[in-house]
Design a protein around this ligand. Structure first.
Ligand SMILES: NC(=O)c1ccc[n+]([C@@H]2O[C@H](COP(=O)([O-])OP(=O)(O)OC[C@H]3O[C@@H](n4cnc5c(N)ncnc54)[C@H](O)[C@@H]3O)[C@@H](O)[C@H]2O)c1
Length: 370
């Protein structure tokens, strides 16, 4: 099946590579001349290390590149059965792309958005066949990250979901269904990893010891090393966006320590200095287990809230968190490891001690039905 890609930035190019490597002819375009002109060269550069380390032969690379056709306009994408847009993260831009594409495509073609933060339902609004719209949320870099969140809104048809799932799975991805809710699974359920660490920091713990506690608990990167890797500005934008989408609930509180960090320009690796970067990791503090329990209790509670809202399974959330963030265990696995009683007691103690602006932050989610 021909796959269409609109937007040849970091994500669109990676998504085009995923499907071209899987053997699909890919027709891709971008509004910017420079992005179109450089696309093939950028894909060749992305494939080069795979060839160098023997993961792909030179002939396979050439065949992959030959499957990419860069076209000048969305009209030229027309025969595609699945089109994925990875254009700018603005509702009106994404709506305009789908509105111009829809009349050109076969009636059963699926329109997928790679949005991270917009509502899929809103993107589908005003189309003649809104049931063909869904989210296929890839992670960066798309050719490397196994996870794809498959986002259905209330109007998405089962046939569209089946097609998108089978094409993404056929391209080697692990596809996890999730509802059209802010942050989907990973971007939402990751918030407490950073948020609880920032709460501890504001209570006087150091970023180094908090990170060391999480590393001792099996996490590849502590919360602050992860913020330093992503960029504190990017992390702040994601946190603010989710806080706004969730009506400013204290579970999504934007901690002052994060705002201050961004205001100081200490964004992490990209600015040369972050919460912990460039310092070396330190040994864990004496109460490392209590720190990890607190952060995992908050992670488990957020995941349980999402679960209670429907459209997703506990296994799906666990898998998404392990693949999307390289976590050693999912939030429900963490809950089972500590025991539900300990998690409940931890949350209750945190709620009792919470300052006024964080009251209700730790209220437990409804218990999952057996
Ligand atoms: N970067 C990430 O980590 C990441 C991860 C998951 C999802 N996303 C989402 O993927 C999308 C793209 O992100 P990105 O990081 O690749 O951005 P990017 O800025 O690297 O690329 C966007 C590309 O879209 C093009 N474009 C903009 N408007 C267009 C239009 N109307 N028609 C055709 N092309 C247009 C731009 O010229 C640019 O080349 C966004 O919705 C983003 O939220 C990003």
């Amino acid at each position: 099946m021909i796959i269409g890609v609109v937007g040849l930035g970091a994500m669109g190019l990676g998504i085009a590579q995923v499907f071209a490597q899987a053997g699909h002819p890919v027709r891709a375009t971008d509004a910017a001349d420079a992005a179109r002109a450089s696309a093939r060269e950028r894909m060749a550069a992305a494939l080069a290390p795979r060839v160098a380390k023997g993961a792909m032969t030179g002939a396979e690379r050439d065949a992959t590149l030959a499957r990419l056709t860069v076209v000048d306009t969305v009209e030229d994408i027309a025969p595609a059965g699945l089109v994925i847009e990875a254009v700018a993260e603005r509702l009106e831009v994404k709506q305009a792309v789908f509105r111009s594409l829809e009349p050109l495509l076969p009636a059963d073609a699926v329109l997928a958005t790679n949005t991270s933060s917009l509502s899929v339902a809103a993107i589908a609004e005003g189309l003649a066949r809104p049931g063909q719209v869904l989210g296929l949320h890839f992670f960066n870099p798309a050719p490397v990250m196994k996870l794809v969140e498959l986002v259905a809104y209330a109007g998405t048809t089962a046939a569209a979901l089946d097609l998108a799932r089978s094409l993404a799975e056929g391209a080697g991805k692990v596809v996890i269904a999730c509802p059209d809710r802010p942050g989907f699974i990973v971007n939402r359920c990751a918030r407490p990893y950073y948020g609880e660490a920032l709460a501890l920091l504001e209570e006087g713990r150091t970023a180094t010891e908090i990170d060391a506690a999480m590393v001792a608990a099996g996490y590849r990167l502590g919360p602050f090393a992860l913020i330093d890797l992503i960029g504190a500005d990017i992390n702040l934008a994601a946190t603010e966006s989710l806080a706004a989408a969730m009506g400013g609930h204290p579970r999504y509180h934007v901690f002052r320590a994060l705002r201050d960090q961004v205001a100081r320009g200490e964004l992490g690796r990209k600015s040369g200095r972050g919460f912990v970067f460039p310092a070396e990791p330190a040994p864990p503090p004496a109460d490392a287990e209590a720190i990890a329990l607190r952060i995992e209790a908050a992670l488990a509670n957020e995941a349980a809230w999402l679960l209670s809202e429907g459209g997703v399974t506990a296994e799906g959330i666990d898998t998404a968190m392990k693949l999307g963030l390289n976590f050693p265990r999912g939030p429900f696995e963490a809950r089972a490891r500590h025991g539900a009683d300990r998690i409940r007691a931890t949350l209750a103690a945190l709620e009792a001690a919470a300052p006024p602006h964080l009251k209700t932050r730790y209220l437990p989610a409804p218990e999952p039905s057996p």
